[in-house]
Design a protein around this ligand. Structure first.
Ligand code: PAF
Length: 279
């Protein structure tokens, strides 16, 4: 595997490739990331992965400084997955001057759910993804469904900017007890780790109720929030949305069994976890 940090070297290395498949990450790789690499292999060749902890997508009180950085272990994992190039730019390589041009996500998708609780997050994500796409020029890129709203945002961005990159969605990789794998799980104490699967269990309960014909969405959301809060969580939201645009379902959507998804973000101690489940 070639490890490349400069944009020019990356372009030289990938020149002439017709079906590069790209998996952007912020490192601290776990089985969830590796499952993205395995899916990538089915959709293109060569596989390019990136590791870049993107300052632009972290709020001033968020965990940019303490975000886990485990570069050497990550390299070994990617080598085993047959990744051809690891693009690992420094901040100077990717942002040689302050990134004044930024993507401005649409209000309707950018200011709800994660956008409401993490102002600026999607500007940061879409800006770095657009820039990484410009560097790698992938034909295909893989993103996990765990970051459901991020996936939708990037899909919409690729469509509206007519980017020549097909976006592939990967299923969320879960531990046996249901907890979605995330780099932030490492912030959990042993006691919190034992409690953490309750988040997925709560989503399953909501999905089960909707499938069973309980159509009072607000009541389901309120009860789910209360039940997590009673266990010591601080939920930001548990929200049932249309899969198509992440807007709240209308009575008509519910009556016609429109495809839905229930999304959540909640704090357990200092750790903020997100998860979702398609209904
Ligand atoms: O999902 C992530 O790890 C990041 O948001 C991404 C897509 C690599 C952009 O920094």
């Amino acid at each position: 595997m070639k490890i490349i940090s400069s944009i020019d070297d990356l372009r030289d290395q990938l020149r002439g490739q017709l079906r590069t498949v790209f998996v952007p990450t912020m490192g601290n790789l776990h089985e969830g990331h590796l499952s993205l690499m395995r899916l990538a292999r089915k959709h293109g060749d060569p596989i390019v992965a990136s590791i870049f902890v993107n300052r632009l997508q972290f709020g001033p009180n968020e965990d940019f400084d303490k975000y886990p950085r485990t570069f050497q272990a990550d390299v070994e994992k990617l080598e085993k997955e047959g990744v051809y190039v690891l693009f690992a730019p420094t901040e100077k390589d990717l942002y040689p001057e302050p990134q004044a041009f930024r993507v401005s996500p649409p209000e309707d998708l950018g200011t709800i759910l994660e956008g409401e609780f993490r102002p600026g997050f999607f500007t940061g994500v879409t800006t770095v993804v657009l820039k990484l796409f410009s560097c790698v020029q992938p034909r295909v890129a893989v993103f996990g469904k765990k970051d459901y709203q991020q996936l939708m945002m990037i899909r919409n961005m690729a469509k509206q900017f007519a980017l020549p990159t097909e976006i592939i969605a990967a299923e969320t990789y879960r531990a046996e007890d249901g907890l979605a794998l995330s780099s932030r799980n490492m912030y959990l104490s042993a006691e919190e780790r034992a409690e953490a699967p309750a988040l997925h269990a709560q989503l399953q309960a909501v999905a089960h109720a909707v499938r069973g014909g309980h159509l009072d969405v607000f009541e389901l959301e309120r009860n789910a929030v209360a039940s997590l809060a009673a266990r010591g969580w601080k939920p930001d939201y548990i929200s049932i949305r249309r899969r198509a645009d992440l807007q709240p379902p209308s009575a008509g959507d519910l009556a016609q069994n429109a495809p839905l998804v229930v999304l959540t973000a909640a704090r357990l101690g200092v750790t903020r976890l997100i998860d979702n489940l398609e209904i």
